[in-house]
Design a protein. Structure first.
Length: 308
């Protein structure tokens, strides 16, 4: 018999469960699927916004939007069109009922457990297909799934329950390749961070201007050293890369920031003859300050009172 077995609402950035249906089935298969639910919750930020995981006789489908993911477990023969229409209804109702501020600031798990009432009512409707009156929505969803089918997650991508390895998600139709590196959110920007970002841009602009002046001087005087031009442009690239590291999370982020600061120091040492001590001090100090701000702005951790 094809049917929806359970559903849950999860925050994407850290996998915090916001609401879930009350399940009474304690079979071995259901217990195993609950483990998959937890594992998927930890990887939502790395996955496309519409996915399916096939686990033998059960399927797990989910959609993500506005930082919240809506997940459901159904039997393997349950129509995917109905499954994603069900998730779409959950999404619309949840967005209407709760604003983003509440979902973003939630700390404790299942703080919107009252949403279970709507999940149960909707689940009953979709388990009795004769009572469904959303033929137009079903047709629209069927067309959308044909144009942009859900990404099929393999069990090997999840890894082990105790700690899975990072595996590239691969090609997803309509979105291109999904990077294997985690797309983590960084902590909120502070005033010193904004100042360091602006100063890094300023240093990059100054290096760029001096680089073009060095090119003009090189064209006018054949005896000029072309290596000064390279040093100015390398300094520009280093300053801009520091801005990038401050804004976005990447692997080995701290190590890259220290290497970039080292490049800034080397460039300024080479340009010693073209800059006075105050200019050298300004560029090196800004580089050090930006490196410190990159180090201080770490990825957001999981909520303290939460355990999936």
């Amino acid at each position: 018999m094809s049917m929806i077995l359970s559903a849950s609402v999860v925050r994407v950035r850290d996998g915090l469960p916001l609401s879930a249906s009350t399940d009474y089935d304690q079979s071995t298969g259901m217990q195993e699927c609950r483990k998959y639910f937890k594992m998927l919750s930890k990887k939502l930020s790395q996955l496309p916004d519409r996915c399916t995981l096939k686990t033998g006789q059960y399927n797990i489908n989910f959609i993500s939007s506005l930082g919240v993911s809506y997940m459901m477990l159904c039997t393997e023969n349950y129509p995917s069109v109905l499954a994603f229409c069900f998730l779409d209804e959950l999404q619309k109702e949840f967005i209407t009922t709760y604003n983003m501020m509440k979902t973003n600031t939630a700390i404790r798990p299942y703080c919107f457990i009252e949403f279970d009432n709507f999940i149960q009512r909707t689940k009953q409707r979709y388990n009795n297909t004769r009572s469904l009156s959303t033929k137009m929505n079903l047709a629209d969803m069927q067309t959308e799934i044909k144009l942009r089918p859900p990404y099929q997650i393999s069990l090997s991508e999840l890894g082990s329950a105790n700690g899975f390895s990072h595996v590239s998600v691969g090609e997803y139709k309509g979105t291109g390749k999904i990077s294997a590196a985690p797309h983590q959110r960084l902590e909120p920007v502070t005033l010193p961070g904004i100042v360091s970002f602006v100063l890094s841009l300023l240093c990059g602009a100054l290096n760029l201007i001096r680089g073009f002046h060095a090119i003009e001087s090189l064209l006018q005087n054949e005896g000029e050293d072309f290596s000064y031009v390279i040093a100015f442009f390398l300094g520009t690239a280093a300053c801009l890369y520091q801005c990038y590291l401050f804004v976005y999370y990447t692997g080995w982020r701290n190590a890259k920031s220290f290497l970039t600061f080292g490049l800034i120091c080397l460039c300024n040492m080479y340009l010693y003859e073209l800059r006075n001590l105050w200019q050298l001090f300004f560029h090196v100090t800004v580089g050090a300050f930006s490196t410190l701000q990159i180090r201080l702005r770490q990825p957001q951790g999981k909520s303290p009172d939460y355990n999936v």
